[in-house]
Design a protein around this ligand. Sequence first.
Ligand SMILES: Nc1ncnc2c1ncn2[C@@H]1O[C@H](COP(=O)(O)OP(=O)(O)OP(=O)(O)O)[C@@H](O)[C@H]1O
Ligand SMILES: [Mg+2]
Length: 251
Amino acid sequence: MAKIVAIVNQKGGVGKTTTCVNLAAALKYLGRRVLLCDFDPQANATSGMGVDKSVSNGVYDVLINGVETRKAIVTTPYGDVLPSSKALAGGGVEMIEMADRQFLLRSALDAVREDYDYIFVDCPPSLELLTLNALCAADSLLVPLQGEYYALEGLSDLMNTVRIVRRNMNPRLQIEGVLLTMFDGRTNLAIQVAQEVKRFFPGKVYATVIPRNIRLSEAPSHGKPITAYDRGCRGAEAYLALANEFLKKNT
Ligand SMILES: Nc1ncnc2c1ncn2[C@@H]1O[C@H](COP(=O)(O)OP(=O)(O)OP(=O)(O)O)[C@@H](O)[C@H]1O
Ligand SMILES: [Mg+2]
């Protein structure tokens, strides 16, 4: 049965989507059965996996219109995708009126849990109802942090939210790991930030760090994860190393 991992940080542009796409694809490359659930109305993970954002059915239709989860899933060479679309932006508001509104994603994913080893949920940059749904559905959360000065900003809000979710809605929620992204290990600042992050999350920070790598930012415009776009580049090596570290922690 799949482990569900939410990729969360309410700060924008820290590498959530890049990590979701490339970790999922790296695990698929290593032979695991993976589903990427794009739960951000920006739908960047959907297009990053090479799936058309204007698909007829997506996660919005599963949650709001009762479409079967399996019918909305698109198979790609890099892993299966439950696509997002712009409609999901309004979904947050429509969900407010629904009973069990924080458990809608959990029910949707429960229906396909047997089909996968890992399900990754790409979250939007906020801690509102969509992210809350992801935290209620997840077994664990993976937090990407940009290795820079303000990396830790907002993390106490995130950890507060996690505590509230654990206490009231999802007691099994764990921290999967904390990932330093766009990291430049040559600067003193980056090294300092890494030390601070390790102090804040003892034992949770991945040894693998993701370097800033131009190929990682190019790949989405080709609709390919990095392992398919340029498997020899540093970005691909880093995400494959992360996938191996992730698997080691999960055996
Ligand atoms: N390691 C990296 N090296 C170079 N560019 C990167 C790297 N990681 C991410 N980027 C680029 O930085 C930008 C933000 O990354 P990404 O979209 O993954 O962040 P995000 O946290 O999902 O953003 P949002 O909060 O808007 O959803 C993107 O243009 C992406 O291509
Ligand atoms: Mg994103």
